[in-house]
Design a protein around this ligand. Structure first.
Ligand code: ACO
Length: 705
C-alpha cells in the first residue's frame, strides 16, 4: 500500500474540484458547497474554463494554474473529458482522483475507464470511482461529495459500492444514532477497491470498525487475505446473492453453490461478520465500533421484565449463543439485589421493582465476574423508574468494575424517555437498542467476530504425498482426445493421484473382460456405463448394483450396453466400469466449484436425501487445513449422524477431515483445469475404518481459445 498516495486521496490536505460550478443544482456546484459547509480547513481550488470566482473562491482554468499543491481532485466533468483532466492532474502532481462522473464501465465504456486508470498510474496517482458520490470524513471536516452533510460523528467507516445508498445511510446516521468518521463511495472500483480501503482504514486512527456494502468483489482471494490481516472488525452487507452460478452449473456441487453460501464461507474464513440487511448493518456496526469481541459463550442477561427476558433468551438461541445457568456463587450474590420472587438464574430477573441501585449493583457484580463473558442488560420503562437514571447506573457500574475487554449491550423498551436514555448510553460507549432481539443480535456479531478471527488463520499445510504431474497427465490425455467430459475412470485416476480413497474400479470393454475382472475382485460387484457422453448414468439405465455371480455380470454388461445405445445412439462408449461394491456406511458428498470471485471452493454434506432434498451442505474457500475441515463436519445440520446416533458407532471423522483437506489441495493445484468436481457418494465407515469414494466426476474448464 502506498500510504502517502492513499492519504492524499482519502485525507486530502487540499482539494481541487474539476468541473466546479456556480450554478445551483449542478453536481459541480454541490461538491464545492459541501466542502465549504463541512468547514474543510485546507485550500479548495475550483477548476472551470471560465476562471473568475466560484462560490466566493478563486477559480482556475486548469489544475496546472493552481499555485499550491493539490492532494485530491474531485472530478465532475462529463466522462469523455476525464482522461484529459487526469493527464493535467498527473502533470500537476495530484495524488488521487475522486472521479464522481458517471458514464464509464457501468454503461459499457470499459476502455474509457481503463484509459483514466492507465493515465493515473503513469503519474503515480490512485483513482477512486468512477461513478461515485465522493468521500466524507468527520475528522478531516471534509465532505468532498454531493452527499448533503457529514454523517453523525463516530468511529465507524462505511465503504459503499452504491452511491445512493451511501447518501441515504449518511442521512440516517442521525436518526439511528450510529456514528461514522468516514464514508467512502467506491463505485466502479476501477482502481482502488475494497481490499485497498480495508488495508488503509485498518491503519486509520479514527476508524474502529469497517462497514461494507458490497455488490461484487473483483479479487476474492485478495479481499480475504486483507480482511484476515485486519486488526479491526469488518462487517459486510452483500447484495445480489440470489441467482448467481446455479444456472450454469453442471455438477451437483455447482448447482448447490449459490453466491450466498460461497460468500458466507469466504467471509467467515476471512474473519468478516455478515449483516442481513441495512438495519442489521447499522446495529452490528454500532456494537463492533463501540465494544470488544465476545470471546466466550457465557452470556448473562439482566432484566426487570420477564417478557423481554424470554424474548432475549429465544434470540440468544437463534443467534448461536444459547444461555447457560450462572454458577451458584453468581446466583447467590445476584439474589441479594432482587426481591424474594426474583430469579438469579439466566436470564436474571430483577423484577419490575428494580430501581437504579439493583441495576447498578447487579450489573457491576455480573460484569466483573470471570464466568460472564458478555452482558446484555434489558429494561422495560416503568412508572417507578427513570430510564436516564437506570442508564447512568449501568454506565457507572461498568466504570466501577474496572473491567476492560468484555462486551456489554443494552436494550430499553419504552417511550421517549427510554430513547433519550439510550442516546446517552451510545454517546457514552454502550450500544443500546429498542428491541431485545436487536441487542442480542449485536452481541452475537461480537461473538461471530471473535470466532471468525480465531479460525481465520486457516492452518493449511501443503501435502507432499500427492502426484500432481500424474493428475495433469491424465487431464492432458482427456484434453488431447477432444473437448469432452472426463469419464468416471479418468476422474478416479486424478483423485487417486492425490491419495484420495477411491474404491477399486477397472475398465472393461468386453463381456469376457468384465467377467474376468469381477471374478478377480470378488462379489458383490457394481457395473456402470463408461462414456464421456453419458453423465447421468442411472437415467440411461447404465448402472447395475449388487451383482453376485459371473452370469449376472454377463447379463448386466449386455443390458447396460443396449440401454446406453438406446439412450444416445451417438455416444462414444468406452465400455463399463467394474467396481467392487463398497460395504454399507454413511453416504456423504464432497465436491468443488471454481467460483468466479473466490476460486476453488470446497463443498461437504451428507449424501442421499440430505443433499438432494435438504441441501444440507457447507462450503469453504480452498485450501483448508484439517482443523477447518473438522469445523465443516460440525457445520451441517446432520452433524450428529457423523457422531453416531441411535447406538451407531461414530464415523471416522479424522479420515474424513484428511480427505477434505487433500481434496481442497487437489482443486487448488489443478485450479487452471478443474471447473467443478464431485465425489458422490463417498462412504464413511466407523472410526478407524476410513472412507471410500464410490463415484467421481470432474468437469474441466473450457479450453482457452
Ligand atoms: N475542466 C474543468 N471544468 C470544465 C471542463 C474542464 N475541462 N469542461 C467543462 N467544465 C465545466 C463546465 O463548464 C461546467 O461548469 P459551468 O456550470 O460553469 O458551465 C462544469 O464543468 C460541469 O460540466 P457540464 O458539461 O455542465 O456537466 P454537468 O454538470 O451537466 O455534468 C457530471 C457533469 C455531473 C460529471 C455528469 O456528467 C455526471 O456524470 N453525472 C452523474 C454523476 C453521478 O451521479 N455520480 C455518482 C453515481 S452514484 C449515485 O447515483 C448516487
Amino acid at each position: 500500500m502506498d500510504l502517502e498516495v492513499l492519504n492524499g486521496l482519502l485525507r486530502p490536505k487540499s482539494v481541487a474540484v474539476v468541473g466546479a460550478s456556480d450554478t445551483p443544482g449542478k453536481i459541480g456546484y454541490t461538491v464545492v458547497r459541501s466542502l465549504l459547509e463541512s468547514k474543510y480547513e485546507g485550500p479548495i481550488y475550483p477548476i472551470n474554463p471560465k476562471g473568475g470566482t466560484i462560490q466566493g473562491l478563486q477559480a482556475y482554468t486548469s489544475v496546472l494554474e493552481v499555485p499550491g499543491e493539490i492532494d485530491a481532485a474531485a472530478v465532475v466533468v462529463p466522462a469523455k473529458l476525464v482522461p484529459q483532466v487526469a493527464t493535467e492532474c498527473g502533470q500537476k502532481g495530484v495524488k488521487g482522483l475522486i472521479v464522481i462522473a458517471s458514464g464509464f464501465s457501468e454503461v459499457g465504456l470499459h476502455d474509457l475507464e481503463d484509459q483514466v486508470v492507465t493515465i493515473a498510474h503513469e503519474y503515480g496517482m490512485r483513482v477512486l470511482g468512477p461513478n461515485i458520490v465522493g468521500i466524507l470524513s468527520n475528522s478531516d471536516k471534509c465532505n468532498a461529495s454531493f452527499a448533503p452533510f457529514l454523517p453523525l460523528a463516530g468511529s465507524a467507516a462505511l465503504v459503499s459500492q452504491s452511491g445512493a445508498l451511501l447518501i441515504a445511510m449518511d442521512a440516517s446516521t442521525y436518526i439511528r444514532r450510529v456514528g461514522f468518521d468516514k464514508m467512502i463511495s467506491i463505485g466502479n472500483m476501477s482502481d482502488v477497491d475494497f481490499a485497498d480501503l480495508i488495508e488503509w482504514l485498518d491503519q486509520d486512527a479514527s476508524t474502529e470498525c469497517v462497514s461494507l456494502y458490497i455488490e461484487g468483489i473483483r479479487d476474492g482471494r485478495r479481499f480475504m487475505e486483507t480482511a484476515r490481516k485486519a486488526g479491526k472488525p469488518i462487517v459486510a452487507l452483500k447484495s445480489g446473492v440470489s441467482a448467481h452460478g446455479a444456472a450454469a452449473a453442471a455438477s451437483h456441487t455447482g448447482s448447490l453453490a449459490g453466491a450466498q453460501k460461497v460468500y458466507d464461507a469466504a467471509f467467515g474464513q476471512a474473519g468478516v461478520v455478515m449483516a442481513s440487511d441495512l438495519n442489521n448493518l447499522f446495529d452490528r456496526t454500532l456494537a463492533l465500533s463501540l465494544q470488544p469481541p465476545l470471546t466466550g459463550d457465557n452470556l448473562l442477561i439482566l432484566t426487570n421484565g420477564g417478557g423481554v427476558g424470554v424474548l432475549a433468551t429465544d434470540s440468544a438461541e437463534r443467534y448461536g449463543l444459547p444461555l447457560r445457568f450462572a454458577p451458584k456463587d453468581v446466583q447467590v450474590e445476584l439474589k441479594k439485589h432482587m426481591p424474594e420472587f426474583g430469579s438469579a438464574k439466566n436470564p436474571v430477573d430483577l423484577t419490575g421493582m428494580a430501581g437504579r441501585d439493583w441495576y447498578q449493583d447487579s450489573t457491576q457484580y455480573a460484569y466483573g465476574h470471570s464466568w460472564v463473558d458478555g452482558l446484555v442488560v434489558l429494561y422495560c420503562e416503568t412508572a417507578m423508574t427513570d430510564p436516564q437514571n437506570i442508564a447512568e447506573g449501568i454506565k457507572a457500574a461498568v466504570d466501577a468494575s474496572g473491567v476492560k475487554g468484555k462486551p456489554i449491550v443494552v436494550s430499553f423498551v419504552g417511550g421517549e424517555r427510554s430513547e433519550a436514555a439510550m442516546r446517552w448510553l451510545v454517546e457514552n460507549g454502550i450500544p443500546a437498542y429498542n428491541e431485545p432481539d436487536t441487542a442480542v443480535n449485536a452481541m452475537a456479531a461480537l461473538r461471530e467476530y471473535a470466532r471468525n478471527k480465531a479460525k481465520a488463520s486457516n492452518g493449511f499445510t501443503k501435502l507432499t504425498d500427492v502426484d500432481e504431474a500424474k493428475a495433469r497427465a491424465i487431464i492432458a490425455q482427456v484434453r488431447a482426445a477432444g473437448d469432452r467430459n472426463v469419464t468416471e475412470m479418468e476422474s478416479k485416476m486424478v483423485f487417486e493421484a492425490y491419495g484420495l480413497p477411491v474404491v477399486t474400479s477397472r475398465q472393461a470393454t468386453t463381456e469376457d473382460e468384465a467377467a474376468e475382472m469381477a471374478n478377480a475382485m470378488g462379489y458383490p460387484i457394481v457395473m456402470k456405463i463408461l462414456s464421456p457422453d453419458i453423465l447421468h448414468k442411472s437415467d440411461a439405465g447404465g448402472v447395475k448394483v449388487g451383482l453376485e455371480s459371473e452370469a449376472e455380470i454377463r447379463e448386466a454388461f449386455r443390458t447396460i450396453m443396449a440401454n446406453a445405445k438406446a439412450y444416445n445412439a451417438n455416444a462414444d462408449i468406452h465400455g463399463v466400469v467394474v467396481q467392487k461394491m463398497a460395504p454399507w456406511g454413511t453416504e456423504v458428498i464432497l465436491g468443488s466449484v471454481n467460483d468466479a470471485t473466490f476460486g476453488p471452493t470446497l463443498m461437504f454434506g451428507l449424501g442421499g436425501i440430505f443433499v438432494e432434498v435438504l441441501k444440507d451442505v457447507t462450503f469453504r474457500v480452498a485450501p483448508v487445513g484439517v482443523e477447518e475441515t473438522l469445523s465443516m463436519l460440525s457445520d451441517i445440520n446432520g452433524a450428529p449422524i457423523l457422531k453416531g446416533v441411535r447406538g451407531e458407532a461414530p464415523r471416522d471423522t479424522k479420515a474424513l477431515a484428511d480427505v477434505l483437506s487433500r481434496y481442497s489441495q487437489m482443486i487448488c493445484d489443478l485450479a487452471d483445469e478443474i471447473q467443478e468436481s464431485d465425489a458422490n457418494p463417498m462412504i464413511v465407515y466407523e472410526e478407524g475404518a476410513g472412507a471410500c469414494i464410490v463415484d467421481a466426476r470432474i468437469i474441466l474448464k473450457p479450453r482457452k481459445s
